[in-house]
Design a protein around this ligand. Structure first.
Ligand SMILES: [Zn+2]
Length: 107
């Protein structure tokens, strides 16, 4: 279990970042994929945008992008707004069981 998963359990969305290369390391890892150096963990902005979505029964699954780089799949909470590609959304909840679970809401 890595830091990413541990933090998800606490409803915290973090990513690894290499202070040397000055870039996010995604998928999250304890080592930088560029220089293999140690990473630091920091919170990711919870404001993202909608990349793709599909509706199945009464659930909307989607891919959301954060900080122009991190793409995660999750569930879009059905509100009163109709989802559109590129729309701003917010990560409202995350947790972890056997995988990361993410829940988004349109802004
Ligand atoms: Zn690096």
């Amino acid at each position: 279990m890595n830091q990413f998963e541990n933090e998800l359990k606490k409803d915290k969305f973090v990513c690894s970042e290499c202070p040397k290369c000055n870039k996010l390391v995604w998928p999250p890892s304890n080592f930088c994929s560029g220089c293999f150096g140690d990473v630091i963990w920091r919170q990711v902005s919870r404001n993202g945008k909608l990349i793709e979505f599909s509706k199945k029964d009464n659930t909307i699954f989607c891919i959301a992008e954060f900080e122009n780089m991190i793409r995660i799949m999750g569930e879009l909470e059905i509100g009163t707004k109709k989802p559109q590609i590129g729309q701003d959304l917010e990560l409202v909840k995350c947790n972890y069981d056997i995988k990361g679970n993410f829940f988004f809401q349109l802004k």
